[in-house]
Design a protein around this ligand. Sequence first.
Ligand code: SF4
Ligand code: SF4
Length: 221
Amino acid sequence: MPGIRMAVSAGKPNRVCGSCTLCCRLVPVEGLGKAAGQRCRYQGHRGCKVYATLNQVSPECRLWSCRWLVDLHARELHRPDRVHYVIDIMPDFVGAADPGGGEPVNVPVMQVWADPAYPDAWRRDAALRRYMITMAGERGEATLVRLGNRSGLVIFPPNMMADGEWCEKTAGPSSGAWRNPLDDIRDAAGISPERDSMTSDEARARIHARGRAILSALKGD
Ligand code: SF4
Ligand code: SF4
């Protein structure tokens, strides 16, 4: 889903998508009815077949970029197709249940879409671990490694934990302890669980506003 094919400005990464098209398969595009992990019908051998008319066909794709492409902090990372995961420019939130029975806390998370064909590739990437620590420190984001639309792992780097250790929790409706609060909105609305969690207009607007702010900051607008 390469909205920005090239990100060039002073002090910013000078990167291009090149032959990478991984986001066009791993990341869901609601406006196209494309689920996570599903190859986009507009993907061609040489990239997006509708790139010239993307504003009309899929404005979401025009807005979106992966963080490898535009984030200065991501300069140590490798191109997504070489490490088999895509870091979403859009953050999400997970609900952390209070074992004491209090209100759940919403935690912002950086979304890492892992390629199901290489489910553990992200684990072997030390540069990604360092990026997680940086994002926790700079933006207060934990990490949600998404394995499709409905399951994943929430990872808290040591700098977010009182004991200074990495912490990993299963995320998803079946885990009990961890639940995306947007799932509650979706369930209340009776929306199909196959769809991505960002289904409420209000929730989408909130998340996209934050995503736009981050994208704008990264681009130096
Ligand atoms: S429309 Fe083009 S840019 Fe968007 S997901 Fe499909 S192939 Fe990728
Ligand atoms: S994952 Fe990133 S580098 Fe690869 S095509 Fe998408 S935007 Fe470009």
